[in-house]
Design a binder for this molecule. Sequence first.
Ligand SMILES: Cc1cc2nc3c(=O)[nH]c(=O)nc-3n(C[C@H](O)[C@H](O)[C@H](O)COP(=O)(O)OP(=O)(O)OC[C@H]3O[C@@H](n4cnc5c(N)ncnc54)[C@H](O)[C@@H]3O)c2cc1C
Length: 427
Amino acid sequence: MAAMKRRDFVKAAGAAAVLGSLGGVSSLTLAQSKKRVVVVGGGYGGAIAAKYIRMADPTIDVRLIDQNSRFVSCPLSNEVLGGERDIASLTFGYSDLSANHGVRFVNNEILEINPEKNYVLGNGNLKYFYDKLVVSPGISFDFDQVTGYDEAATKVMPHAWKAGPQTLLLRKQLEAMPDGGVFYIVAPPNPFRCPPGPYERAAQVAHYFKNHKPKSKIIILDAKDKFSKQGLFTQGWKMHYGDMIQWVSGAEGGIIDEVDPASMTLIGQVDEFKGDVVNFIPAQKAGKLAHVGGLTDESGWCPVDQKTFESSIHKDIHVIGDASIAGKMPKSGYAANSQGKVCAAAVVAALNGKPAPEPSYVNTCYSIIAPDHGISVAAVYQLKDGTIQGVEGAGGLSPMDASERTRALEVEYALGWFKNIAADMFT
Ligand SMILES: Cc1cc2nc3c(=O)[nH]c(=O)nc-3n(C[C@H](O)[C@H](O)[C@H](O)COP(=O)(O)OP(=O)(O)OC[C@H]3O[C@@H](n4cnc5c(N)ncnc54)[C@H](O)[C@@H]3O)c2cc1C
């Protein structure tokens, strides 16, 4: 121990001698010569990127900036709607990331990105300078597609597609709904965050209705003609909830062009639908900051080099998570986690003058249909011809007609998955 301390002292003295020979470089200059990474968005992608950059190279100064001081997880938020969990169990702070990994958390909303001068601008005219910027802002909603569905309408017909107050509002409406009422879920067009999410939501709410309002109905009006894990969902719905859940495809009249929140009416291409409670999940695009920062293309999402997640538009800015175009990966929390790690490795390599390592990516999406009935889809991915593609033979879907034991085990796996990924992000 004493010898180590002496070695450290000799090193420090050597450094001081070098500094002396450079003609009096101040300690301030030394601190500034530390590489700086700024990560905007402390959710499934950003929190992981920040932590893993620090773990790989603790000499890098990492600031993690989020507009909220606490993060509320969308995964498992459908259980809040089903009455099986409270939102506190999905809410996390950043203090452990700071204490355990030296990530410097900043609570601010970023309003602008300046890619020429390498800084982001937050409220209070605060500038945060970077050598590398990682952006993981999640999604925003495309309010131009359906007449009448705008920010104000979300207070009447909540989307609950960003967990928090919207989730609680929808839960309150479901609690107030009379038995025998009709609950509509309007499911969005592709691509959108969490492809199985609307169908898991239907099951979770059906679980609540079955026990508290058994005469009620759930109707999913879908912009699409098929959906994720469709066979498994349809089988599970029928098994637990009989005819309570009805799904209307786009071709059968599920596409909604207009809404009238005042009369709780959805106007489709064929019919009009009047609901007691309406969960309207709008079409999606990359989070607002990605648009403001000029990181999106005509698709509304962010093109990136899928090996490093560096933006194809702006150098030294990496985009991960839902906002990025990531080949065959779905927009999921687990995918964002995996991308955060690949991006962290690439950023650390670049800052140390090394080439990015060969990436590997993973995703599993669990859905809980009933307290003892879970299903999943899993995949492993690799980079092939510059795009992220599934590895053949790896992953797959839960089997149809599985035993009760298998279905119950999948619920345990889903809850274990959440516990682990939350610990990975926030401790
Ligand atoms: C109902 C539902 C259920 C889901 N279930 C699952 C599941 O079971 N498994 C799964 O893998 N995925 C699930 N998902 C998907 C998952 O939530 C997203 O894919 C994931 O959150 C994407 O991570 P992200 O980092 O891109 O965005 P987010 O996790 O949303 O993080 C974005 C962060 O950026 C911050 N931010 C945005 N703009 C700014 C700004 N300008 N300044 C500062 N901060 C900013 C936000 O406050 C937020 O904290 C579900 C989604 C929903 C809606």
